[in-house]
Design a protein around this ligand. Structure first.
Ligand code: FES
Ligand code: FES
Length: 210
């Protein structure tokens, strides 16, 4: 391989690594759903005649957040379009892809399939809440994804990372088959499953050493 070609490859790898790190640490702002937040509410949400927004308090990433929500508003919508926690992605918006996965009381759940009003009183964790808030240190799962260079486009990454987090908390010593089973509720359109499983196994290894 020529010097220029190898320099180009390095540049590509470096840029991709930086991109993935950015997605993991903060969550990219891209969305596949055509929702927008207007001056006074969510445009694109199903309008229910007579439905009014109500101010509620949620516990998200260890913080109390006051937010106006509609009765039929999903958690994923509230997180993304009311609270600007855009690390939670919307893919199918119908409980099929896992892009919207968050932890509710430590259990992985599809944010697109829960009403926000259902999770009042629960502790919600999004990908923005995984790193150490004092030091900025990444969680074992986030670090594992960096180590393994996981994910191609990384749209599915936040959802997988949340499912991996639930997995290592529940079973820090999984077999590869057990990891695959634990992540079976998440889909990757790029088909990057082998690398994603490498990330999961590395995440378990790092979690065991903490
Ligand atoms: S966006 Fe929730 S499962 Fe696909
Ligand atoms: S890496 Fe592209 S959807 Fe999973």
């Amino acid at each position: 391989m020529g010097e220029v070609e190898s320099a180009g490859l390095l540049e590509t790898k470096y840029s991709r690594r930086k991109f993935i790190k950015g997605v993991i640490a903060a969550g990219a702002t891209a969305s596949s759903a055509g929702y927008f937040i207007g001056g006074s509410g969510l445009l694109g949400a199903q309008a229910v005649p007579g439905a009014a927004e109500r101010l509620i308090t949620l516990t998200i990433n260890g913080q109390q957040r006051r937010v106006d929500v509609l009765p039929n508003e999903t958690l994923a919508m509230t997180l993304r379009y009311r609270l600007n926690l855009t690390g939670t992605k919307l893919g199918c918006d119908r409980a099929e892809c896992g892009a919207c996965t968050v932890l509710v009381d430590g259990v992985s759940q599809y944010g697109c399939s829960m009403l926000t009003n259902q999770v009042r009183g629960s502790s919600i964790t999004t990908i923005e809440g995984l790193e150490n808030p004092d030091t900025g240190e990444l969680s074992p799962v986030q670090q594992a994804v960096i180590d393994e260079g996981g994910f191609q486009c990384a749209f599915c990454a936040p959802g997988f990372i949340m499912s991996m987090t639930a997995m290592v908390n529940e079973n820090p010593n999984p077999t590869r088959a057990e990891a695959a089973h634990a992540l079976s509720g998440n889909l990757c359109r790029c088909g990057d499953y082998d690398k994603i499983l490498n990330c999961a196994m590395r995440a378990a290894e790092l979690a065991r050493s903490v």
